[in-house]
Design a protein around this ligand. Sequence first.
Ligand SMILES: [Fe+2]
Length: 493
Amino acid sequence: MHTVPIEALILGRAIKEHTRRVGTKEGFEATPQDSMAFKCYRDALETRKPAECKACAEQGLLHAASPTAKAKLRSLLDAPEEDEDAGASKLTLMRLTREEVQWKLVAVAGSLATATAAGIRRCPVGDEYSAFRIFQESGTPEQAWVTLPRWNVLALAEQPCALTIPELSGAEGIARLAGFKTVNDRQKLDGPGLLVLDRTVGEPDAECHYLLEIDGSLKVVPGTALQSNSNCCGRVLYVCRPPQKDEYRCWSNPEGQALQRVTENVWSMGRPFMWNGIDVGGRAAVVRLSDGTLWVHSPLKLDEGLKQALAKIGEVRHIVSPNFEHTSFASQWLKAYPKAKGYGCPGIKAKLPDAGYAIELSTSNEAPSEWKGEIEHTFLGYEHNPFTGKPFFNEVVFCYKPAGMFFATDFYWAYPSSGTQTATQFWKFGMDRIYGPFYRSFMIKDQGLYKAAMGRIFNWSWDKIFPCHGNPVMSSGKTVLKEHLQLRNAPPA
Ligand SMILES: [Fe+2]
């Protein structure tokens, strides 16, 4: 009989665990090395002792293969040493799953044998609100209820109650005690939280946390700092976060965040972008200009979660539709942000007179005064539909100079070769092998204009590409674009 080496068992479990954690792999790729590193990373986060955490991170670095996995593990080693929380255990903070908030409170009107029609009519209904589905009986605002999973920790609590935390990243004390020590760490806690406690305090326990009232404010402190029970409101059972919004999660946004930082002052809004049932991937961009206003490129659907995320980084003032095709959501944004101005490609006002565009971008590439000096554009006026002879996309491309980033909509795409559904792979094949050659052979009408446009684009100083379809290119962007356009020689001047 063969025996399986313990290392092989650990590796097998690590790979299974990595595979099971859909969407929460945090930069650890599906390789044996990264799977083992991911196991160490999870162990590091779960331990309550800083020395053990660092030992796990160091162990993980011995296995990690991908740069993102190594960076995640190094971030644990770079975390500042404990100061005022020295010796304290880590506060339990976790994200709930959708199943865990799926309970629905329904009033019971009595027994079928004894209930009356009037009693049934009097039976209260409730309003649910917040991502935690907090429940409140209509007309009784003084008391709200929230349904939580009946985990042992809650089932055994004698007097449980919950407190809402409107913005968890702003609750610095809680974030720090839960191990989110740096500003970057705390940004990961965007959104609301819920603190669950048992008002029956019991014997003080150094491993627990307590909610105290100090000078009229409530504060969570570790058990090591609990001096007496007199101002203690209860023992903290845990802090939790609502389920992530799955509507954001897609191959162009695997983390499912409303806004994802790409580089300094540039964020991505990756969303499913369906075409005949195929997710062809949509990616809008937000740039924060030097005056703090936000420049939105090719906007996608605006919702409450996205509005809240945007409000944290600046004020939306410039909404840009860069071609005739990416126009569906501009009017929604213009209504939501009345101080913002709509900008479109040349000809947009005649094509969509009711959409609310104030400014057409210049065919001579003169930047609007609002972002002159930071963003430049090039109008791709050479392109046409070979069947009708008319402009097709009529696209304008941009360069955000401070980040050295080039923005394209349908002129350039970068579909990944893995990590998407089969239908999207077929779409990639069609775009790369059929549409790409067709564009280059038949849609470039005026070679003089084409060369002038390419000359301007390649003369800009940039090395990153932000495409609306596909993943951002973070280095050697000009080489990538040259390959995409099959410009074998030096870029045209
Ligand atoms: Fe497109």
